[in-house]
Every structure is written in C-alpha cells, then in structure tokens.
Write a protein that binds this ligand. Structure first.
Ligand code: NDP
Length: 244
C-alpha cells in the first residue's frame, strides 16, 4: 500500500457488487480513498477488490444481518483504522401491483432498503464520528414521487429521506449527511423484480436509460469533496449543553 493510500480517507460502500455501488467504489478509489466493498455476492466484490488493488477490501455482508455488519465494522477498523465515509447504497426495487402475492417483496424491500441502511449506520456510527465523517444515503426520485406499482419501494425511499433529514440535523457537526436521489439509472436493479409483467416493462425502460452508474458515482465523489459548510443555525437551535 502506498503512503498516499495509507493517508487516504476510508469509504465503506454497501451493495458494491454491481451498479451504482461498484461504480462509486471505482470512483472513490481513483480519488485516493481506501474502500471496503460490502455485498452478499462475495465473488463479485472480491473480483472488484482485485481489480482495484491496494487499498480495497471485499467483505461478505448482508445488510439485514446485524452480526455480519458488526463483523464488517471490526474488520474495517482493524485493516483501515476506521471509517470516514459510509455509503448506504444496498437496495432492491421489487415493483408490482399492490397485492398479498407480493408480501414477501414488501418485507424484503423494507428490511434491505430502510432497516438495512439504518442498521449499517448505527453499527458504523462511532467510527464515522471519530474523525468527522460523511454519511451518504442513496435514495431516489421515488423518495419524492410515488408511482403506480411502486408504493412500498417509494415508502422505503420516503423513509430514507425522512430519517436522513433528522440525522442531518442531529449529527452535525460530527457527521455530514448527504442524500442522493437518482432517477432511472442503467443497472441490473429491475432484473430482480419478481412480478413478471412488471419486470418486462421496467427492463424496457431501463434498457434505454441514459444515466449511467458512473454518472451517479461522479456526483457522489463530487459531493464528498465539497467543503463542509455547517448549518450553524441547526447547532444553535439545540438547547445548551444537550446533544439534541
Ligand atoms: P443493483 O441491483 O445493481 O445494485 C444493488 C446492490 O444492492 C447490489 O450490489 C446488491 O448486492 C446489493 N444488495 C441487495 N440486497 C442486499 C442485501 N440484503 N445485503 C447487502 N447488499 C444487498 O442496483 P443499483 O446500483 O441501481 O442500486 C443501488 C441503489 O441505488 C439502490 O438503493 C437503489 O434503490 C438506488 N437507486 C437506483 C436507481 C436506478 O434507476 N438504478 C434510481 C434511484 C435509486 P448483492 O446482491 O451482491 O448483495
């Protein structure tokens, strides 16, 4: 590992095995970050870590498994000394008409997209606070507009937005919170939809998507390099001597 990489900030990225997460890992690594790549598909994150070389580690972790996240946080602490940036990117978009048949999908989306991000954050929070960290939550335009067939997916992203807005105020000045809300981005996201007709329709839309995962990764890297302008009024609004 070079001296630069030893000094580089450390970014932990969930869902780094494909799409926006993998592109973000490449982009941040190219910018000098050391990166920890988390996902369930171990072969994919290992291949990406090998491709990136020094300053990249692959960790097998399901964001619905708190024990795996605690082990991941320990490993990052041990190998990189801590975490400066956490990118909560892992997600699934299991669209379809609202019905009892989709109930497993609803639970999964809430457990991965919303609870997964919340759990990963509480597990890594002490490390993020240590040196003035950054939390980046990947939301979506579905966190603002809810279309037919996307109710529960939208609920998870509306949830991410509400939770992030509270954290943004609460964690200042130790941790800066950034929310990214992409539109349709060309990734494998729609291929996991279980409702056949909806998957076909979504794939047609995604096949002609012009925004790439690399475009979103560039935005994330840009946001992270901006100076931290703290909203002083948020801090002053807290009762004296209290954390909130
Ligand atoms: P991908 O399907 O390419 O990536 C999703 C990632 O999430 C994969 O790396 C997958 O890894 C990971 N993941 C899924 N379930 C779990 C789990 N239980 N534990 C850990 N990791 C998990 O899609 P995108 O890159 O498009 O999606 C990334 C994020 O961007 C998502 O939060 C999505 O909602 C959001 N987004 C995407 C948009 C788009 O149009 N593509 C638009 C707006 C937001 P693995 O399966 O190996 O665990």
């Amino acid at each position: 590992m070079s001296q630069d990489q030893k000094q580089g900030r450390v970014a932990v990225i969930t869902g780094a095995s494909s799409g926006i997460g993998a592109a973000t890992a490449r982009s941040l690594h190219a910018a000098g970050y050391r990166v920890a790549l988390l996902a369930r598909r171990t072969d994919r994150v290992e291949a990406l870590a090998d491709e990136l070389g020094d300053g990249a580690i692959a960790i097998s972790a399901d964001v619905t498994d708190r024990g795996a996240l605690v082990a991941a946080a320990d490993q990052v602490k041990q190998e990189f000394g801590g975490t400066d940036v956490l990118v909560n990117n892992a997600g699934v978009m299991l669209l379809g008409p609202f019905s009892a048949e989709q109930r497993d999908d609803y639970r999964r989306m809430i457990e991965v997209n919303l609870l997964g991000a919340i759990t990963t954050t509480e597990v890594f929070l002490d490390q993020l606070r240590d040196g003035g960290g950054d939390l980046v939550n990947i939301s979506s335009v579905a966190g603002r507009v809810a279309n037919v067939g996307s109710g529960v997916y939208a609920a998870t992203k509306f949830g991410i937005n509400g939770w992030s807005e509270s954290l943004r105020r609460e964690l200042l000045p130790d941790v800066r919170v950034t929310v990214i809300e992409p539109g349709v981005v060309a990734t494998e996201l729609p291929t996991h939809i279980t409702h056949e007709a909806t998957r076909q329709g979504a794939k047609q839309l995604y096949d002609v998507a012009e925004v790439t995962a690399e475009d979103v990764a560039e935005v994330i890297a840009f946001a992270l390099q901006r100076p931290r302008h703290l909203a002083i009024h948020e801090i002053l609004l807290r009762p004296a001597g209290q954390a909130l």
